[in-house]
Design a protein around this ligand. Sequence first.
Ligand SMILES: Cc1ncc(COP(=O)(O)O)c(C=O)c1O
Length: 337
Amino acid sequence: MVKFSTTGTEATMYAIRFARAFTGRDKLLKFEGCFHGGHDAVLVNVKPARAKSGDPKRPNQVPASLGIPRSVVQNTVVAPFNDIEALDCIMRKHGDEVGAIILEPIPMNMGYVQPTPGFIEAVRRTADNYSSVLIFDEIKTCGKFYGGAQDHFKIKADLITMGKAIGGGLPISAIGGRKQIMETVVPGLVSHAGTFNSNPLSVTAGIVTLTEILTKNRMYEITACSEKLAKAYNEIIEDVNLIAKVTWGGTSGAVAFTGHDVVNWRTFQDCDIGKWYAYCFAMMNRGVIPAGPSPDEQWTVSAQHEPEDIDAHVEAFKEVAPYVRKCENKAPIVEAI
Ligand SMILES: Cc1ncc(COP(=O)(O)O)c(C=O)c1O
């Protein structure tokens, strides 16, 4: 069953509320480095500085903004992504109080982080073991694969949130999931209120987007373009001896300037941010916006792109890669969300 709202922030806020109401528990578990919007409960350990975040296996709870009550932060338990042992340990301590586990199945607010084999399955198992509601925040992933991350990984969450691409540019988000949970959302019991919820303009744009633009065929075609782009990046990186890692899947991917795999927030912090900005501006100077203009973003091949656009991107990167290799430009990661 599905309910519609307007933004991704509302979708994750409601999904968490539905999960808390369903389980009768207050705590939420999120993963460090994942972004789920601008409401208080999820603005914890989004991009925490090393000086504050403590033990990588047992992160301190670090608010990502002033103005978030301590009592809210205390209810958001944080685990490192891609670390099953740490998740087990944290859930052994808090699991009986955790109403919801929320994650971006592919974290895309620290580049493009692939879950390591077995990780998503382990999160699913953990949620089951503690009777917590598993929420896939698919605000980004829903537009990267036809059928989203659930279909890509063949693993079902209890609730999913969608937004961004499904509206084709109009504001819409969706919260969907198991009937047993969604049926409890009724006025007077569990609130899902909003002036623009299910407004006909956004819903119509969503229907057109999903039936005429992001069709199965078109998604396969643009995924092939994304694969071609990732392969070309890897070849160029090898040719010029650049220290960098490329990750991709579906219509998106990213390059990170580091010698180690980026598997979570702490490994993302080891990336050379100065080189990333040098790369981004040098690409833009050649007429190509290579990704969202921040190192925590990624490329997306859209339904508007054609193979020639990929060729132009690759040609620009051939020129830019040797320059990035030489470039020394220290820049910090700033927690600006
Ligand atoms: C994974 C994820 N969840 C939630 C949100 C919040 O969506 P919105 O900006 O529409 O509130 C974002 C926004 O970037 C996101 O990337």
